[in-house]
Design a protein around this ligand. Structure first.
Ligand SMILES: Cc1cc2nc3c(=O)[nH]c(=O)nc-3n(C[C@H](O)[C@H](O)[C@H](O)COP(=O)(O)OP(=O)(O)OC[C@H]3O[C@@H](n4cnc5c(N)ncnc54)[C@H](O)[C@@H]3O)c2cc1C
Length: 474
């Protein structure tokens, strides 16, 4: 494994005592660099290894839908780990308390964990690091080129990050070792651990979880299947039947995109595995494959770069100076409509295209990528201030989207509302020089009526009663 993936906190004394891998972003057993690193450290020290995962009662605006997807996926991952002889222990509560407590109880010699850029995760990491009596290693298994290696500052735009990523990409595209080979030869875990941690009842955990049930789980025939196996099948189906259409990815009716974002968000699949699979494939044209890798690597890694270097990534203060200035100059412009969050959430606006996007978000747990931009941008026009537009966009996306609460989401919203990674365009009321997207512009790009009709069919109906596949991959 490339050493550039590991960020070491604490001294570099020899490991004495078990190695723990605290998993919290990369929810997978296979193709997981943090796990590979933890196994390597355990073997080198002749120490036992365990994976710990902490179920917290809340996480940002995640609701029942997201906890359902996560817990169902984690059940499979825990089983895979056990099949490979790696103990898995489930903790419950605030990870900042529970992880150090477990580590202290078991005289842990090293904690290895996932790299994450969100404020809450950075705070967890800081608290855990303070409380631990042993070193902590952070491993970037999310980005193909580790975020800190690609750049040490906030990048201006995709064009400034792209050459840095491409220069390092060959070095970091090393093949993943097989879990079976890696896991053999690790010292056995002997210390007793309570049954509730060692053999969790996943159904009971989900049933007792306090998550908001007004955002229901996605369970219909078109719903993404949680976990590593669901991720693998989604990737293979994309390669065999859709990547050749990827150049039509801005058409929400074209069924051209991968549908991988929930899996990538929850770390149920490594982006690096997707890149390796796509580059080894001859499916679709070379242009389609290159465009897909641009989104998956450059755009996605730009989002982590943005959040790592911009702690106010979900506030208007993160917008570039030109964007804050133009929005300020248009603060007092009359808005064409004003809606409160309740009306927006119920998709009750005068714009049927926006309502269709919001309906897709609530019913399918995603919005098509093109519609996501349109959806966010209209909020500037319909709310009294940019601050309120930002608040609503973040809350709705984090609450309803399966892939929300993600650096991609915060960067996408900041791009749409505040020109982050973009440039000034022609001046218009309210939006100033922020790039605008209009209903007529959308009509010129795709069959808006067909998209609206598809999403209308979802309104008021359960997933199981839907006509053919309105949710499928948007
Ligand atoms: C307002 C707004 C909100 C967004 N919210 C989210 C979010 O909450 N979670 C999320 O993962 N993405 C978000 N995006 C980015 C993008 O729209 C989605 O990643 C994409 O639509 C997911 O569908 P897919 O997996 O089928 O994409 P594909 O086109 O198949 O792309 C494959 C992967 O590349 C990455 N990717 C694609 N486009 C982008 C992009 N513009 N920026 C960063 N990464 C990208 C994603 O990981 C995606 O899964 C948002 C964009 C905007 C404009």
């Amino acid at each position: 494994m490339h050493p550039g993936r590991v960020w070491r906190h604490g001294d570099s004394r020899a490991v004495r005592g078990p190695v723990l891998y605290w998993m919290h972003r990369e929810h997978r057993a296979h193709d997981n660099w943090a796990l590979v690193h933890a196994i390597g450290e355990a073997k080198a020290a002749g120490a036992p290894l365990a994976v710990v995962w902490c179920l917290s009662p809340r996480f940002l605006d995640a609701a029942y839908r997201q906890f359902h997807f996560l817990l169902r996926g984690m059940r499979g991952t825990a089983e895979t780990l056990r099949e490979h002889g790696i103990p898995f222990f489930l903790l419950q509560g605030d990870p900042a308390d529970e992880v150090p407590r477990f580590a202290a109880t078991h005289g842990t010699g090293l904690v290895v964990t996932d790299f994450d850029v969100l404020r809450l995760k950075r705070a967890w990491l800081g608290q855990v690091r303070e409380a631990l009596a042993c070193p902590l290693h952070e491993v970037d298994g999310r980005n193909v080129v580790p975020c800190r290696m690609a750049s040490d500052k906030r990048e201006y735009a995709a064009r400034t990050l792209r050459p840095k990523i491409h220069r390092l990409l060959p070095e970091y595209l090393d093949p993943f070792p097989s879990l079976a080979t890696e896991a053999s030869g690790v010292a056995a875990w002997k210390a007793p651990v309570p049954d509730a941690m060692a053999a969790p009842d996943w159904d009971a955990l989900l049933a007792a979880h306090p998550a908001d049930r007004s955002v229901p789980a996605l369970t219909g025939p078109d719903a993404p299947v949680p976990g590593e196996e669901g991720a693998r099948r989604t990737l293979e189906t994309f390669l065999t039947s859709r990547i050749h259409r990827y150049e039509k990815r801005n058409d929400p009716n074209a069924d051209a995109v991968s549908g991988l974002s929930p899996y990538l968000h929850f770390g149920m699949m490594a982006a690096q595995r997707v890149v390796q699979r796509v580059t080894a494939s001859t499916a679709g044209s070379a242009d389609a494959r290159a465009s897909f890798i641009e989104e998956l690597v450059v755009r996605r890694e730009l989002a982590d770069n943005f959040c790592l270097h911009t702690p106010d990534y979900d506030a208007v203060t993160c917008f570039p100076a030109w964007a804050q200035g133009t929005l300020d100059r248009h603060r007092d412009d009359p808005r064409p409509h004003l809606y409160d969050e309740a009306a927006l959430e119920k998709a009750r606006t005068a714009d049927p295209l926006w309502n269709a996007g919001q309906t897709q978000l609530m019913r399918c747990g995603v919005i098509h990528g093109y519609m996501r931009m349109y959806w966010a941008k209209q909020l500037l026009l319909w709310t009294p201030t940019p601050e309120e537009a930002m608040r609503i966009a973040v809350r709705q996306n984090d609450r309803w989207a399966l892939d929300g609460r993600d650096s991609n989401g915060y960067a996408g919203i900041a791009w749409s509302l505040g020109g982050v990674h973009d440039r000034p365009w022609g001046e218009r009321p309210v939006q100033g020089t922020i790039r605008c997207m209009t209903y007529n512009g959308a009509r010129g790009k795709f069959d808006v009526a067909a998209y609206i009709a598809r999403m209308e069919s979802l309104r008021g109906g359960g997933q199981a009663r839907l006509p053919k596949s309105p949710c499928q991959r948007q």
